[in-house]
Design a protein around this ligand. Structure first.
Ligand code: AMP
Ligand code: ZN
Length: 113
């Protein structure tokens, strides 16, 4: 999608701190990190929100890639947190589906529930 920030990052039109890329996903450092490790994993296809991703095969494959980035690329052995904000009410600012991987948090980014 031509006016989407994350599609431009995938295309290389906007620079990013890439940590992983394959045929279906792209992962890069969040520009405003909320934890010592803060990486965004995005599908290469433009899907605006999690609520728009209805295909269970796609969703399963996407989450497997999130795990792959966290465990095999970032090697977050101590653990990590995965956050997907959905629409404005969920705090979503960029409307291209993305999973936040937050690592090395020592529990500091835990929600109060
Ligand atoms: P969300 O609020 O879930 O939509 O998250 C969007 C995230 O994208 C925020 O954490 C931003 O810091 C991050 N972000 C925005 N622009 C960029 C960029 N050019 N490169 C890397 N991360 C970005
Ligand atoms: Zn996009």
């Amino acid at each position: 999608m031509s006016d989407c920030l994350f599609c431009k990052i995938i295309a290389g039109d906007i620079p990013s701190g890439k940590v992983y890329e394959d045929d279906t996903v792209f992962a890069f450092n969040d520009i405003h990190p909320k934890a010592p490790t803060h990486v965004l994993v995005i599908p290469k296809t433009h899907i605006p929100t999690l609520a728009d991703a209805e295909d269970p095969v796609f969703l399963g494959a996407f989450m497997e890639k999130v795990n792959h980035v966290a465990n095999d690329v970032l090697k977050l052995e101590a653990g990590y947190r995965v956050v997907i904000n959905v629409r404005e009410g969920g705090g979503q600012e960029v409307f291209h589906l993305h999973a936040h991987i937050l690592g090395d948090t020592s529990g500091k980014t835990k929600l109060p529930f």
